[in-house]
Ligand binder design. Structure first.
Ligand code: MF3
Ligand code: CO
Ligand code: CO
Length: 269
């Protein structure tokens, strides 16, 4: 069987993987999460995001794995690093981190053909109070979304859990980017929206693999993409945060493939 075509597709075009496919996803997810643990010591005031990305490239190579992002649609780096009002797809570069900058580092690796995709927030120097609140709410909104993952619930249930939590804290959910199916490929159906209404959208089934990766803004939800065709920023220049896990649906709940081996997923505890 061609390995991209294993399992079956639902009527919504979502691939259903087999119980024997979970270990491969765990291995890929674990490596991506380990890299995010190990990169923490390289985030500090005066550091460039390019230097952080170079470390990530070295870590992927040292593990005998492949970066999913190098060469993806012309992208040239092993990570996306999104600082302050950058929402996602920040390109690592020569600018140095300043005290109080917050940043998302997003890494996707391929291990034995399986994709592991995860991102978290970091801070250079001292974490400003309002950034701390944003990071906290964004992290917790991802976890509220993950709590909805079980057979019989819908993707709308996930989106609604995230959106209602974020908006109850008077912050906003970005609509312009979403999570995605993954497995033997980087991006597959469905689009995993981080907003929505309960009971709407495709029904979750055991064996679905996808990411949940809410982006949350302190101000308005609108984004724009810069002239480099990658960097997405908040239109109103407000701070933005994001966390991402890759998960699988089990018979009675969820399996998180990208848990931090060192318990470091959340930056402030
Ligand atoms: N890892 C990102 C995601 O969560 C995708 C990055 S694609 C890149 O889907 F080309 F910008 F790296
Ligand atoms: Co993703
Ligand atoms: Co990602």
């Amino acid at each position: 069987m061609k390995h991209e075509n294993r399992g079956r597709l639902t009527k919504d075009g979502i691939r259903i993987y087999d119980a024997s496919d979970f270990p491969g996803m765990h291995a890929a997810g674990r490596l991506a999460a380990q890299i995010l643990d190990d990169i923490a010591q390289h985030v500090f005031v005066g550091q460039t995001t390019e230097a952080i990305d170079t470390k990530i490239t070295e870590m992927v190579e040292a593990a005998g794995a492949t970066s999913a992002t190098i060469g993806y649609k012309g992208y040239q780096h092993a990570s996306c690093i999104s600082v302050n009002h950058v929402v996602c797809h920040g390109i690592p570069g020569a600018k140095t981190l300043k005290d109080g900058d917050i940043l998302n580092i997003d890494v996707t690796v391929i291990v034995d053909g399986w994709y592991g995709d995860t991102s978290r927030m970091y801070v250079a120097g001292k974490l400003p109070r309002k950034a701390e609140r944003l990071i906290e709410v964004t992290h917790d909104s991802l976890m509220k979304g993950i709590e909805m993952v079980k057979p019989g619930n819908t993707f709308g249930d996930i989106g609604h859990a995230i959106q209602s939590y974020v908006e109850s804290h008077r912050m906003s959910v970005v609509r312009d980017f979403c999570g995605h199916g993954l497995g033997r490929v980087f991006h597959a159906p469905p689009n995993v929206l981080h907003y929505g209404r309960p009971g709407t959208g495709a029904v979750l089934e055991e064996g679905m693999f996808f990411t949940i990766e809410p982006m949350v803004n302190l101000g308005r939800p609108e984004t724009k993409t810069l002239a480099d065709d990658w960097t997405a920023v908040t239109r109103d220049k407000s701070l933005s945060a994001q966390f991402e896990h890759s998960v699988g649906v089990t018979s009675d709940g969820v399996d998180i493939f990208t848990l931090s081996p060192g318990g470091m997923f959340h930056p402030t505890y």
